[in-house]
Write a protein that binds this ligand. Structure first.
Ligand code: ATP
Length: 423
């Protein structure tokens, strides 16, 4: 096995070896390709297994799924399959040859060799493959000089039309450049500028652009890439002539760094990028936000955050009221999801507002009653508005007076039932 792959964790290396063996059994030529090869050479971790086979990907995928008894999803349209095995995601695709009918269009795809498959990729550093078959096991296929570019720290497109064919590559070029602290080759930089000057983003859907933009927001430090995109004027695809708030993105970053517990808690969830994005577009007014959620594909949760961020001033005023009770903070902030709260926390100007939000993030949002409607029914309260009112009052008490037990909640409930019933 190639030295580069040796740094992969043992279980993953075993999986990759088995893919080679099964490919040999089926007489298929199989390669490990893309980001994982690039990152192995750079000695960075990457566990996304991308396999390309000459021939039918689904034959190999089905054989592996049978051997491992794991979940398999076949994507017929693209002749690809995904396997879910031992916490790893393994994508298997058939080698293909792509041509573009017109700039920005989706490519016309035909079966091809692995070398051809590498030619259709974005940059030379992503056009590297490692053979998994026994005969050439571990050999690096590098028809475009990707290895040398990796060593030199260069991002290089395959041909002058690359950014025009697929303008999302502009976002990818900037992302890789900033992540690895590489530079664009001179020709690549010229082509990137020319493509932007020709308004190439108009030939591709907003959705496709946003998929790549989101990956930038998910980088460990998205700011250098965002600043570069702004300098090149490419961010106009989000909103022409917009002013973005880089300073606030930095504050959100500091917030996460100084709250490691929150970072760990939200690691697997999409919170972090969304808080960055809310900070980035914090100058957008209601019209701009509505236009944004109409143009791009956001989830319900993301849309809510983008619109809710407008309530910053209003909530801020409430939070800075004199002697505000914790239960009032709870009531005000429970309407918002976590990325919005983190955005508020960083964007609010005064310490008292920040402290209120911090309390809610750390403690407040976990408050809930042990008491239920059923308990109240047993106490003679019938379901409806009154029951809701009692539960809400008991919760306020629990928050403000730190009620620790169910018994204490029941006592407070009894008191409320009494006070409501007495004339
Ligand atoms: P990351 O470390 O960010 O996951 P990656 O290179 O693995 O980086 P993906 O977006 O998963 O990124 O892409 C996998 C591979 O698919 C890339 O290495 C590249 O070869 C190819 N690829 C992705 N997008 C494009 C594109 N727009 N044009 C050409 N090739 C692409």
């Amino acid at each position: 096995m190639n030295d580069y792959l040796k740094q992969l964790p043992g279980p993953l290396l075993k999986i990759i070896r088995e893919i080679g063996q099964v490919s040999d059994d089926l007489n298929l030529v199989a390669f490990l390709v893309g980001g994982i090869v690039r990152d192995c050479i750079l000695e960075r971790s990457n566990f996304d297994v991308d396999i390309v086979v000459e021939g039918k990907a689904r034959v190999l995928a089905k054989a592996l799924a049978g051997r491992w008894n794991c979940r398999i999803v076949l994507h017929k349209q693209f002749q690809t399959a995904t396997l879910f095995y031992k916490n790893f995601l393994i994508d298997i695709s058939s080698a293909r040859n792509e041509t573009y009918d017109k700039p920005g269009a989706l490519p016309i795809v035909q079966p091809g060799t692995v070398a051809e498959d590498l030619f259709r990729r974005d940059f030379t550093i992503n056009a590297l493959a490692v053979c998994l078959n026994k005969r050439h096991n571990g050999q690096l296929l590098d028809p475009l000089g990707g290895f040398s570019d990796l060593i030199k720290g260069k991002i290089r497109i395959m041909h002058d039309h690359s950014f025009l064919d697929d303008p999302t590559r502009i976002l990818r070029a900037v992302r890789f450049q900033k992540r690895y602290k590489f530079s664009l080759s001179d020709r690549t930089r010229q082509c990137l500028k020319l493509a932007i000057r020709s308004n190439c983003e108009r030939t591709v859907t907003s959705q496709r652009l946003f998929v790549e933009f989101k990956k930038i927001m998910k980088e460990a430090d998205p700011l250098p890439a965002l600043k570069m995109l702004n300098r090149t004027r490419f961010l106009r695809f989000i909103k022409p002539q917009a002013t973005f708030n880089y300073h606030l993105v930095r504050s959100v970053q500091h917030f996460y760094d100084s709250n490691p517990r929150l970072s760990v808690l939200f690691e697997d969830e999409d919170f972090r990028w969304l808080s960055y994005f809310l900070a980035f577009i914090s100058f957008f007014d209601a019209d701009a936000r509505n236009a944004l959620v109409r143009r791009f594909h956001f989830t319900k949760h993301e849309k809510k955050s983008i619109i809710d961020a407008l309530y910053k001033e209003r909530s801020g005023k409430i939070l800075s009221s004199r002697n505000i009770k914790k239960s009032r903070i709870f009531k005000e902030l429970k309407k918002f999801n976590v990325p919005t709260l983190i955005f508020f926390r960083c964007a609010m100007p005064s310490q008292d507002r920040k402290e209120g939000i911090q309390w809610y993030l750390d403690k407040g949002r976990y408050f809930q009653l042990s008491l239920t409607g059923e308990d109240l029914k047993e106490m003679g309260v019938s379901p409806g508005h009154r029951m809701g009112e009692i539960l809400s009052n008991v919760l306020d008490h629990k928050i403000d007076y730190n009620l620790k037990s169910r018994k204490a909640e029941l006592l407070v409930a009894k008191k409320f039932i009494g006070s409501i019933e007495s004339p």
